[in-house]
Design a binder for this molecule. Structure first.
Ligand SMILES: [Mg+2]
Length: 145
């Protein structure tokens, strides 16, 4: 699958640290044969890729549409259809399908969300679904939390 990760509060905290488990999880996702893309509503975040040495994992870095998600892909020069999206912003997850994650802020917090994300990806890959309540099927209504 083409798996798209958001940056701020999804893999990157306010303190500029990577969410715990990000590198290990990216490696597992690649080992399973998927492709990882990074996008952000703030633009192409190459500085984050460089600072955290993520080049080896990513197939593309893009600006993320913050509305009219599907319609704006060509305008933002995103050449592939996102098949699975991980984001702390629920609307875009509901649009493409994927995992909504609680925002990550600081490295001092205990955080196992990357393990959970990986489990949901594996569920979805195996069955086309997941029973985890953070999973969103493509086209689901906006979740209320
Ligand atoms: Mg975010």
């Amino acid at each position: 699958m083409k798996i798209f990760f958001d940056v701020d509060y999804t893999i990157l905290g306010l303190d500029d640290t990577l969410r715990p488990g990000t590198v290990d999880t990216f490696q597992k996702i690649l080992d399973d044969g998927h492709e990882i893309y990074i996008w952000s509503g703030m633009g192409e975040r190459w500085e984050v890729i460089e600072k955290h040495d993520l080049h080896r994992f990513v197939s593309g870095v893009y600006e993320k549409p913050t509305h009219h998600f599907h319609e704006r892909l060509p305008e933002l020069k995103i050449p592939v259809e996102p098949e699975f999206v991980i984001d702390d912003y629920p609307e875009i997850v509901a649009a493409f399908g994927g995992v909504w994650v609680p925002p990550y802020f600081f490295s001092r917090s205990v955080d196992h969300e990357m393990d959970r994300i990986y489990r949901i990806i594996c569920d979805f890959q195996a069955t086309g679904d997941s029973e985890d309540r953070q999973y969103r099927a493509k086209g689901t209504k906006i979740p209320l939390f």
